[in-house]
Design a binder for this molecule. Structure first.
Ligand SMILES: Nc1ncnc2c1ncn2[C@@H]1O[C@H](COP(=O)(O)OP(=O)(O)O)[C@@H](O)[C@H]1O
Ligand SMILES: [Mg+2]
Length: 220
């Protein structure tokens, strides 16, 4: 499903050059949740951004569903991201003046056609993530864990081929963080999707099928 082949990425030039990723390779099969662990600065966000097609690698390639991600033009990359990738970043990026349910329906709304299927899927996801009673609340009235669950549910609305989740639990205490990761794992397995989750907290790997650790941009 996902092949990461010899990815290297550096930032800057000359004496200020930083190698954020150094020859990183791994594969991730369909239906699996992979946890990428590693301390702050080890290259995790750089890796997620490259897989998402938001950032070019210095060398190496990403192959997803048989297609090389980095060979796409900007327009192709944007379309690919919209259709195939579910992205959840550390800051949940929910729209503050929309309710949880409206946040889930935002993308179909923007494309001009919210169908009954969209509304049913939104309600199913809200239920699956324990958010039914919170559906009409705006993000400011939700807890940190609830906001992260809304962000994950929103990414799943698209039925993406792959979910890329960067530090979903960094603003949560351990117990609430583990709840979010457990729910994420359950939903990935139930929906037979593929997910790469990045975290600096090794405890969050408890619900992953596989894990690997980055240290200074290399697979440890
Ligand atoms: N835009 C950037 N410009 C320069 N250096 C960067 C940039 N983004 C990340 N880095 C550096 O690359 C390394 C890896 O960063 P990052 O991928 O954000 O790690 P992590 O997500 O594991 O904390 C760090 O040394 C960081 O300072
Ligand atoms: Mg990061």
């Amino acid at each position: 499903m996902l092949e990461v082949r010899n990815i290297t990425r550096s930032y800057g030039e000359g004496r200020t050059r930083v190698t954020a990723l150094d020859d990183v390779s791994f594969t991730l099969g369909k239906g699996k949740l992979l946890a990428i662990l590693g301390p702050s600065g080890s290259g995790k966000t750089t890796l997620v951004s490259i897989i998402a097609g938001l950032l070019e690698p210095t060398s190496g390639e990403i192959v997803m569903g048989g297609h090389a991600v980095h060979l796409r033009t900007t327009a192709q990359a944007a379309r690919f991201r919209r259709e195939k990738v579910g992205l959840v970043f550390q800051d949940h990026h929910l729209v503050p003046y929309l309710t949880a349910r409206e946040n889930l329906l935002l993308v179909p709304h923007l494309s001009g056609r919210v169908t009954r299927t969209h509304r049913e899927l939104a309600d199913t996801l809200l239920a699956d993530f324990g958010l039914t009673a919170r559906a009409a609340h705006k993000p400011s009235l939700l807890s940190g864990g609830e906001r992260q669950r809304v962000a994950i549910a929103r990414a799943l609305m698209n039925a993406p081929e792959i979910m890329l989740v960067d530090e979903p639990t960094s603003s949560l205490d351990t117990e609430r963080g583990l709840q979010v990761v457990e729910l994420l794992g359950q939903q990935i397995h139930e929906r037979d999707m593929t997910c790469l989750m990045v975290t600096h907290d090794p405890r969050m790997a408890a619900h992953a099928d596989e894990s690997l650790t980055l240290i200074d941009g290399r697979v440890a």
